[in-house]
Design a protein around this ligand. Structure first.
Ligand SMILES: [Zn+2]
Length: 69
């Protein structure tokens, strides 16, 4: 039973800094932490897109060489 209570209180902690969540900004403790999480999420998305671009770039030179010859 105690485990359930711990899970609930853990969910009420800000995932960024671990402070108690503010009802206005949940699941975060403040707008600042909500912004930090949003930026992390966005930069993660951009990182994935950049990786895909790199892979494409790596394949292109090989294809171009084969086509030129
Ligand atoms: Zn926070």
């Amino acid at each position: 039973m105690n485990e359930i209570n711990q899970k609930i209180s853990a969910a009420r902690s800000c995932p960024i800094c671990g402070k108690p969540v503010d009802a206005e900004f949940k699941p975060f403790c403040s707008k600042r932490c909500a912004d930090i999480d949003l930026n992390r999420w966005l930069s993660g998305v951009y990182a994935i897109q950049a990786k895909e671009d790199e892979d494409e770039d790596g394949e292109r030179p090989a294809e171009g060489e084969a086509g030129a010859t």
